[in-house]
Write a protein that binds this ligand. Structure first.
Ligand code: PLP
Length: 439
């Protein structure tokens, strides 16, 4: 039996700088056929673009259209009766994600529900899980958190009558470093944990691409009695997760990035079983979180009876048309499996890092950790010279990558639809554009 490379090490590929190596890697890739299940945008000349923006908006699964069409057809043919009559009744539509959603993030069925969008879910979770007291009201966040998260957290702090300037505890990289060291977050928790009500961090940092050690951070938080939640916007569908075993209290994510659910797709929410079955937890209630057998009852004294599990945090009935594409995408995730996707992802980024090393020194700096366990699909590259001209030159070559001010290019080859040849073309374009932008 051949053994897989140990988790955390680079797959032992024989990378070479020439194009034939990319072709060879693609021929050997067992996941290569999945690319054909997606619509890949084309350049002006009809050639497929080098799409490295799956961390921002995942590509459309070809199966999505028929699933959306089915819902339009059910609506046309059945009207209100489509809530109960069709193959996928709207009344229980969210339950179609019960198993696949749980597998995706390493949860038990019932710990995950697809609902709303990310920031709203963050608010709903903080309503339940951020319960500050005078002595313990602080929130631990990472430096340069995504703006929406920063606004949401600050607004919850203010809602409870505290001042975000005082109440935010920030985990930062050391002077001169770009990444947050796990041991520093642990030390911070050791030191100030008793003031901290909630640890609210990203699983994968959107700018640097760093995968945080969620398990260790959660354990350190728990030792101090802090509640711990993660924003998995850049982690879900990107890296393997074991939210249940890591004893994360709650997590939220969006579905339009690595999960290919389409623009504004319905997001996800994880509530650990330990809380999911506690009907006494306060929450922003609505009829869809109520026991379905009694949710229609009109009572003079409305008695909210939460459903078990994450389902009990639903508020409104789900937007079926916005959920249908996600069904197509999660079926593909299930079929391919996170283990195989992760293996290819590490190979793609390993290859990209290798090709970047071949470029003349000094022009680019990789911010993302090189260690396999600390990187996901995204490689963040700091362009030292004329970054904006560089991005324009890449776009002219049909490379779709993302740029964050002032100088960071984020390239995310994703294992479901990107090829090794995409990575090679990107590196070529970067080399060419880099020297053109030098002048
Ligand atoms: C993409 C992203 C968001 C977006 O929030 P929406 O509510 O889906 O608009 C929020 N936070 C993080 C960390 C993200 O990466």
């Amino acid at each position: 039996m051949t053994s897989l490379p140990p988790e955390g090490s680079d797959p032992a590929f024989d990378f070479r700088p020439d194009e034939s190596c990319a072709r060879r890697l693609d021929r050997a890739d067992p996941l290569a056929p999945y690319r054909d299940r997606f619509h890949v945008p084309k350049r002006a000349d009809g050639e497929p673009a080098v799409y490295l923006c799956g961390n921002s908006l995942g590509l459309q699964p070809k199966a999505a259209r028929a699933l959306v069409q089915r819902e339009l057809d059910d609506w046309a043919a059945l009207g209100v009766e489509a809530h109960f009559k069709p193959e996928a009744p709207w009344y229980s539509y969210h339950e179609l994600f019960r198993e696949t959603g749980a597998r995706l993030v390493g949860a038990l069925p019932g710990e995950v529900v697809m609902m709303n969008s990310l920031t709203i879910n963050l608010h709903l979770m903080m309503e339940t899980f951020y319960r500050p007291t005078a002595g313990r009201h602080k929130v631990l966040v990472e430096q340069d958190a995504f703006p929406s998260d920063a606004y949401a957290v600050a607004s919850r702090i203010e809602r409870h009558g505290f001042d975000p300037k005082e109440a935010l505890v920030v985990a930062r990289p050391r002077q001169g470093e770009a990444l947050i060291r796990t041991e520093d977050t642990e030390a911070l928790l050791e030191d100030r944990g008793r003031e901290i009500a909630l640890v609210m961090m990203s699983g994968v940092h959107y700018l640097t691409g760093q995968v945080l050690d969620m398990e260790r951070i959660a354990a350190a938080a728990r030792r101090q009695g802090c509640v711990v939640g993660f924003d998995l916007a850049h982690a879900a569908g990107n890296v393997p997760l074991r939210l249940h075993d890591w004893r994360i209290d709650f997590a939220v994510w969006c579905s339009y990035k690595y999960l290919n659910g389409g623009p504004g797709a319905v997001g996800g929410c994880f509530v650990h079983e330990a809380h999911g079955n506690n009907p006494r937890l306060p929450r922003l209630a609505g009829w869809w979180g109520n026991d379905p057998d009694t949710r229609f009852q009109v009572r003079s004294q409305a008695q909210f009876v939460p459903r078990q599990g994450a389902d009990g945090w639903q508020v409104s009935n789900p937007p079926i048309l916005a959920m249908a594409p996600l069904l197509a995408s999660l079926a593909i995730f299930d079929e391919a499996g996170m283990r195989a996707l992760r293996a290819k992802s590490l190979a793609l980024t390993g290859y990209l890092l290798y090709l970047l090393e071949q470029l003349p020194g000094g022009r680019f700096e990789v911010i993302t950790p090189v260690a396999a366990e600390a990187r996901g699909c995204q490689v963040s590259i700091r362009a030292r010279r004329r970054p904006r001209e560089l991005v324009a030159a890449l776009a002219a070559e049909g490379v779709v990558a993302d740029f964050r001010e002032p100088d960071v290019i984020r390239a995310a080859p994703v294992p479901l639809y990107n090829t090794f040849h995409d990575v090679w073309r990107f590196a070529q374009a970067l080399a060419g554009a880099g020297s053109a932008a030098r002048g």
